[in-house]
Design a binder for this molecule. Structure first.
Ligand SMILES: NC(=O)CC[C@H](N)C(=O)O
Length: 374
């Protein structure tokens, strides 16, 4: 069956359906990861976006019940060059097509994803629409232009958990799968703010020795401090950090009181709470093969990333310094507070999908909490 992708600037791509049928819209971004489409599909940070994979064959490892980053699929559309229905993986239990259908996610296959990616790279990420019911280019472009821009959208408070809970599952192991860790064996009490948190972040925190209590995005700082945690963690999440005023005010109350570690949206919110500003990038970084330098050690790590916004480090020059830099586009990849035990990264040390080069950052957080305790 026919499907069409129309971009707000008028460019049209004709393909075939896969997954659910109907009409869907969102900001179109490209992801350069060669594997891990299931983690991409379940990453809450993709809410409001349609993702095109630059890797050409998608579907060949099927879908399994373990490689999920949350309890549902958040992106609004999935765009691939060639969908493979014949999957092969010892853990797979269903095909990607069936998974998308079951979850109501509209996909499009058979389009020139290289041309689409180059277009987004040259013109910038923009809104688009996928339809399997309307094939009139003018009508589709009109609809794509009517979608609200990602800038100014608070999407994170809509994907957060509804009540606090404890997390005790550690990182996956080939022999044991996901281990359950006893709370008595976890030394550092961490309150983790959920702005759309990826499960592997929670597993990394547990495996690093943290007793994690996950709390909703607007959980009052006073109540979090009353738990007497050793550290505060600020998670990834979808949308623009700038309109999240209540959350930003809340984060300010931890500064100077507790060690803080932020990832992606959490890093951006921390930048705003410290008095800085954030900017929207032309097309951002989405993938699992992006080089980053740790400015303290001058070591280069290959990282997983998924962001469209960035912290303007110059706006924080009196408060925090550049701690990590993206070696492709020289954007801010991490910052460290000049005097307090506070740091954050734009990339995803939990990977999932991606290399594990940056796992050390969870140990850095633990060391920070250890020193602060002493
Ligand atoms: N993965 C994330 O946390 C993304 C943060 C933010 N929504 C951005 O696009 O920049």
């Amino acid at each position: 069956m026919k499907a069409v992708l129309a971009l707000a600037d008028g460019r049209i791509f004709k393909g075939k359906t896969f997954g659910a049928t109907g009409e869907t819209s969102g900001e179109v971004v490209f992801n350069t990861a060669m594997s891990g489409y299931q983690e991409v599909l379940t990453d809450p940070s993709y809410k409001g976006q349609m993702v095109t994979m630059t890797y050409t064959q998608i579907g060949n490892t099927g879908i399994n019940p373990e490689d999920v980053e949350s309890g549902q699929l958040y992106l609004s559309g999935f765009i691939v060059r060639e969908y493979l229905d014949c999957y092969s993986n010892y853990r797979a239990t269903m095909s990607l097509d069936a998974y998308l259908k079951e979850n109501g996610i509209v996909g499009i296959q058979g389009i020139d994803t290289r041309a689409l990616t180059r277009h987004l790279r040259d013109k910038g990420a923009q809104n688009g629409i996928i339809s399997t019911i309307d094939f009139d280019p003018e009508s589709l472009v009109r609809k794509a232009r009517a979608i609200p821009s990602m800038s100014g959208l608070d999407l994170a408070t809509g994907v957060t958990c509804s009540a606090p809970y404890h997390w005790t599952e550690g990182l996956w192991d080939l022999k044991t799968g996901y281990p359950q860790v006893e709370r008595k064996d976890l030394k550092y009490k961490v309150v983790a703010y959920d702005f759309g948190i990826k499960l592997n972040i929670l597993r990394c925190l547990v495996s690093a020795g943290c007793d994690v209590t996950v709390v909703p995005a607007t959980f009052p700082a006073e109540s979090a401090l009353a738990m007497n945690p050793d550290g505060i963690f600020l998670s990834n999440g979808p949308g623009d950090p700038e309109p999240m005023k209540e959350v930003i005010e809340n984060i300010k109350k931890f500064v100077g009181k507790k060690p803080i570690f932020g990832i992606c949206l959490g890093h951006q919110l921390l930048g705003l709470a410290l008095g800085g500003r954030t900017i929207k990038l032309k097309f951002g970084n989405h993938g699992s093969n992006l080089p980053v330098m740790d400015m303290a050690t001058r070591k280069v790590e290959i990282t997983a990333q998924n962001h469209g916004f960035s912290v303007d480090i110059l706006s924080l020059s009196n408060v925090a310094g550049l701690a990590h830099e993206n070696l492709n586009d020289q954007t801010v990849e991490g910052m460290a507070h000049k005097t307090l035990p506070i740091f954050s990264v734009q990339h995803h040390p939990e990977a999932s999908p991606g290399p594990h080069d940056s796992h050390y950052l969870f140990d850095r957080f633990v060391e920070m909490m250890e020193q602060h305790k002493a």
